[in-house]
Design a protein around this ligand. Structure first.
Ligand code: AMP
Ligand code: ZN
Length: 664
């Protein structure tokens, strides 16, 4: 046997052992034997670097160090899931689905919802080429080096895998592995980690992959995305993934009705405590991939999937004090400061009380004993007061009348739940909050500048609004705490670079109340430069698709304000983008204005998403189900027959892809 053959044989053998041990949980050799083979392979590889292979099992031990995790844009977005908590929620969901699909039988795949950190793995020619965290769903961090150390992630696939695809899953720590890690930490005099989920997620961002390799992380897979995949249902997809060597829990079940789904949920609600890992619910998915495609996505989640959350754990603790936080818009949030208590693996010290009404509704008072609950949310909720434990001298809560930060009297507008501090130009957390929003990732994305630095710059009197950022000099910044020449330089560079950020993101960054990312995009499209937008009237704004009165009022008010006008004039003079670029303008038209389209079936030249984008870019609207308001049904191949009938009954014209393309 040649050296190369010897190396290949060892690699394959070790791959198989890894698979048996970590994916199937059925080891066939002893750890000692495994280590011997691994050492043998390591020695051979060292001697013969010419046979290097990026999928070799020796790479599992880590070694590489990542200083900066590169940001990578996901080829297809990673969505959240909508939540449901009851049979009724599920039935409502089924009805919504049926409305879109047109009363066809729909089967569901039920999987457990693994509670860890989501990951997107890209495979090309059967090799793992990239692993990226979910991040904000659009882009995440490249953590490939660390993921390669997780032994249940195959570096080399087997079987009839497609040439290129993405597969998604959850990186978790088993409860046993987590407990072991903590024992070791305590033995070393270190502090214990709080819960498996945060620890798993934190592990992905460790710089030294050797440390990651030592953690008992696992990767459980649930979804494949790609073109030309040879399966037609979610259930089949899971089976394929298993065949290619992925770890896909076998508890998944195919259900024909929501009743069956409920039985699955109820069974696992009881059995979940026997699982080796944490789960916070069940994910129910429409089984047919064609139906999934037809159902598509909302802005946040797939319409074809639904998380069913297990009832959260509750604990009792004492409410020590109610304090008040001021947000960037001046909104006041009352916060419950609790006697620290362990809940679902984390120590809880604070909970949001939302607003004055909530406090009144719960009749919650300082000194009360309260029920605290934690769903999947990060911030726990207070559900109720245990009145039997109320101290005799307790007094009703009187909501704060003045701003805790600047002392201004709080106001509450009719019909609004929140109190506000109206001193928007003089209240410190509002000033810094606006600047922090301006520099945030989805707005101006200013590198080298973080939230704390903003506070510091404000405290030092160097900035009072976001326009001031553009006048900062290296010399001003360097003497500040924790700043050095390099960081000051980076900050100034980051500010300078932000001048290229496109118009719609600048609009979002301005921090106009109710103008989120999506609304900012709509506004930029309708008012192609800031001058036009500044002159817009409420009537004009409301005429824009999806802009309501509340937003219109807020926009007019913002630009009517003298200080804001001044700031914008300054920003313009510094060279920020205040109009759509040539390229953006070129791809847009009003050709389809006032027309509503429903898109259904499979298309030849365009993907569905592209088609929808084309409609929107040309001023049209996309709807998910046919109604009398639909202008056209764009019909592709394999469109559901009920849709066709519905369109015909309502007299909605049915057009082909080519007919549509001729329109734009
Ligand atoms: P959430 O972040 O609560 O909206 O839930 C969405 C996340 O659940 C996804 O990003 C996945 O990472 C995670 N998840 C866990 N298990 C599953 C599963 N079986 N199917 C789909 N998503 C899952
Ligand atoms: Zn204030």
């Amino acid at each position: 046997m040649s050296v190369q053959e010897k190396i290949e044989t060892l690699r394959n053998e070790l791959r198989e052992h890894n698979y048996n041990y970590y994916v199937l949980d059925k080891p066939t050799v002893s750890d000692f034997e495994f280590d011997m083979r691994l050492k043998e392979l390591q020695a051979l590889e060292e001697e013969h670097p010419e046979f290097f292979d990026e999928t070799s099992p020796t790479l599992r031990v880590g070694g590489a160090v990542t200083k900066n995790f590169e940001t990578v844009t996901h080829e297809s977005r990673m969505y959240s899931l909508d939540n449901s908590y009851s049979k009724e929620d599920l039935d409502d969901w089924e009805k919504r689905i049926q409305r879109i699909l047109g009363d066809v039988p729909v089967a569901f795949t039920c999987e457990l919802k693994y509670d860890g950190a989501s990951i997107n793995l890209t495979y090309e020619e059967g090799k793992l080429v990239r692993a990226v965290t979910r991040g904000d769903g659009f882009q995440g961090d490249d953590v490939t080096t660390n993921i390669k150390t997780i032994k249940s992630v195959p570096l080399q696939l087997k079987g009839d895998y497609p040439a290129k695809f993405d597969i998604r899953g959850e990186i978790i720590l088993t409860l046993e592995g987590f407990a072991k890690m903590n024992q070791e930490r305590l033995a070393n005099g270190e502090e214990a980690y709080m819960n498996p989920r945060n620890t798993a997620s934190g592990s992905l961002k460790l710089q030294d992959s050797t440390l990651v390799a030592q953690r008992p992380l696992e990767c459980l897979l649930y979804s494949i995305v790609g073109k030309d995949l040879n399966f037609e249902s979610q259930f089949e997809m899971l089976e394929k993934a298993r065949q290619w060597g992925f770890k896909v829990p076998t508890v998944a079940k195919l259900c024909k009705t929501t009743e069956e789904v409920m039985r699955f949920v109820e069974a696992w609600d009881l059995k979940r405590h026997e699982l080796p890992y944490e789960t916070d619910g069940v994910v129910v998915k429409v089984n047919s991939l064609r139906y999934q495609e037809e159902l598509g996505y909302t802005a946040k989640a797939p319409r074809w999937a639904m998380a069913y959350k297990f009832k959260a754990e509750q604990v009792l603790t004492v409410l020590n004090e109610i304090t008040y936080q001021v947000g960037r818009t001046g909104a006041i949030t009352p916060v419950a400061n609790l006697e620290p208590v362990l809940l679902a693996g984390t120590t809880v010290k604070r909970a949001s009380l939302h607003n004055a009404d909530q406090i009144a509704k719960l009749d919650i008072r300082e000194g009360d004993t309260v029920f605290v609950e934690k769903g999947g949310e990060i911030i726990p909720k207070i559900i109720a007061v245990d009145f039997t434990k109320r101290p005799r001298d307790s007094k009703p809560t009187i909501y704060r009348t003045h701003c805790p930060e600047c002392g201004t009297e709080l106001i509450r507008k009719a019909g609004e739940a929140q109190h506000f501090c109206p001193n928007d130009m003089g209240c410190p957390p509002q000033i810094t909050g606006r600047i922090q929003h301006f520099i945030s990732r989805k707005a101006m994305d200013i590198e080298g500048l973080g939230g704390e630095t903003v506070e510091l710059l404000f405290k030092e009197g160097l900035i009072r609004n976001y326009a001031d950022l553009y006048l900062l000099t290296k010399e001003q910044i360097m003497p500040l705490e924790r700043m050095a020449e390099k960081s000051a330089e980076n900050l100034v560079k980051g500010v300078e670079a932000s001048k290229a950020i496109p118009y719609e993101r600048v609009l979002f960054g301005l921090g106009i109340r109710y103008v989120g990312e999506t609304v900012a995009k709509k506004l930029a499209k309708a008012y192609k430069n800031i001058d036009a937008l500044m002159m817009a009237t409420e009537e004009g704004l409301v005429a824009v698709d999806e802009i309501g009165e509340r937003i219109a009022q807020s926009v007019v008010q913002f630009f009517g304000d003298g200080t804001n006008q001044e700031i914008i004039t300054r920003l313009k003079s510094y060279g920020l983008q205040f109009s759509l670029s040539e390229a953006q303008l070129k791809n847009q038209s009003d050709t389809l204005k006032g027309k509503t389209f429903v898109v259904s079936g499979v298309f030849e030249t365009l993907g569905r998403t592209e088609l929808k984008k084309l409609i929107e870019d040309n001023g049209g609207k996309v709807a998910s189900s046919i109604s009398s308001k639909t202008s056209y049904l764009v019909a592709g191949d394999k469109m559901g027959p009920s849709k066709r009938t519905k369109a015909e009954n309502l007299g909605v014209p049915i057009i082909s892809e080519n007919e549509f393309l001729a329109m734009v």
